[in-house]
Design a protein around this ligand. Structure first.
Ligand code: PLP
Length: 430
């Protein structure tokens, strides 16, 4: 196991006062007030489930009582329900470097992966390989397996290590399916470079932005990305199980055909024609009726991100996230060395997302440690086999939260608080 030494770093001596000073000069400091956070909790799990924005309850209440309760079916037109997937997609597009008509909100990330992967493979009929990484998020792999099976057995999923993706692109690869930020290590791929390599090999790209959208600056079009999916309930704060989004680059929209040819993707759903004709643009990626209440909550989350930026670019969020994660890594370094926690997240800020993960070499201990921290109000999470994961949502976390979280971590380690039976029994969601 790698033993880390950071004691020579000048930042390792950072005090709580210095952290408070950073907060005092933080351009995003007031964004925290846009969220409803429970007192006494340091929430380092916004990468799994974003916090509740202040505006969400009243927006959902209005959608329930006024739009649905009082106005009933008229709200499909009058409250703009019918084009909410596109309107909300356009808002998300601005956060991920896409044009307004290239993103739409629909279904779950998993279902969107199915639609995009099926559609992308159909664009490369002479190629039979989906290239992805062995450690990719399981739903991405499961969906790819399902799509390959569905296509009758000629297609296959080729899995390599994350660092081998670029070198594994050959003339058999139809689609590169890559997740920009790895859910375990937090490492971030170079989207522009890998997309260019895929294109040079004649392959298309599908990027999973689950841990990217709303977290930092994503530049889909600058990277010439072909397709992408993203998650609504992580850094976009849309609430548990929020709808997801998908991106189809404008140059692919006319030829993109997806298999879930439901009526909301039809060119004119209310002509009720017997034959499917795909809508001309991104709307063809839709399937059935949008879940309006969930989309209203997601819109509140997206509006909260946009409002916090106040016209600034996502670079503002990215800079703060980099500073928060760097601060955490520096403060944990002496503990990591003493207690043999292996930092598995890249030290270079541009090479990571907004999370920091440590491998413990012992899954029981890593799980118990996250539970002991939760008992102290520091909420991170555990990922198999032995990883404690801490997410840093830059809109609602302060530098003093980072300092306090590390103080709790120190206490848990020094007092061996993790070494207790009550922290060992695993619940359904870790
Ligand atoms: C969270 C996450 C998902 C979630 O998929 P759902 O269908 O929304 O449950 C997908 N991919 C990655 C990489 C994720 O981190």
């Amino acid at each position: 196991m790698k033993i880390l030494s950071q004691s020579s770093s000048p930042m390792a001596a950072r005090s709580r006062e210095q952290c408070a000073e950073l907060d005092a000069h933080d351009a995003l400091a007031t964004a925290r007030e846009l969220f409803s956070l429970p007192p006494g909790i340091i929430y380092l799990d916004g990468n799994s489930l974003g916090a509740l924005p202040q505006v969400t309850a009243s927006r959902v209440q209005d959608a329930l009582e006024r739009q649905w309760g009082a106005k009933l079916i008229a709200s499909w037109n009058d409250a703009g329900w019918v084009d909410l997937p596109q309107r909300l997609g356009a808002k998300i597009a601005a956060l991920v470097g896409a044009a307004a008509d290239e993103v739409v909100v629909a279904d779950s990330t998993s279902v969107n992966l199915f639609k995009l992967l099926s559609g992308a493979l159909a664009q490369r009929p002479d190629r039979k390989v989906i290239l992805s990484e062995r450690g990719n998020f399981p739903t991405d792999l499961y969906i790819a397996q399902g799509v390959a099976r569905q296509l009758g057995g000629n297609h296959r999923l080729r899995l390599v290590e994350r660092h081998e993706l670029a070198n594994s692109l050959d003339s058999d690869v139809a689609v590169l399916l890559a997740t920009e930020v790895d859910y375990r290590s937090g490492s971030r791929l170079d989207m522009a470079a890998l997309t260019a390599a895929a294109h040079a090999a004649g392959a298309l790209t599908i990027w999973d932005l689950a841990h990217s959208a709303g977290a930092f600056q994503v530049e889909l079009n600058a990277a010439r990305a072909d397709f992408a999916v993203g998650c609504g309930y992580k850094y976009l704060n849309g609430g548990p199980g929020a709808p997801a989004f998908l991106f189809v680059a404008r140059r692919h929209q006319q030829s993109f055909v997806q298999p879930l040819s439901g009526w909301f993707g039809h060119e004119q759903p209310f002509l009720f024609e017997p034959d499917y004709r795909p809508a001309p643009g991104i709307a063809r990626a839709l399937c059935g009726s949008p879940p309006i209440l969930s989309m209203v909550a997601l819109e509140a989350g997206v509006d909260t991100v946009r409002g916090a930026l106040g016209g600034e670019s996502m670079a503002l969020l990215e800079a703060k996230a980099a500073a928060l994660t760097s601060c955490f890594i520096e403060l944990v370094a002496p503990l990591a060395e003493e207690y043999r926690l292996e930092l598995i997240t890249p030290r270079e800020p541009a090479a990571r997302g907004n999370q920091v993960s440590y491998a413990f070499g012992d899954g029981e201990r890593a799980y118990a440690l996250t539970q002991a921290l939760i008992a102290r109000g520091v909420v991170g999470d555990f990922r198999t086999p032995d990883i404690a994961r801490f997410g840093f949502a830059p809109l609602y976390l302060r530098f003093v939260d980072v300092w306090d979280a590390v103080a709790h971590l120190r206490a848990v380690l020094v007092n061996r608080e993790w070494d207790s039976a009550r922290f060992r029994s695993r619940r359904a969601v870790t």
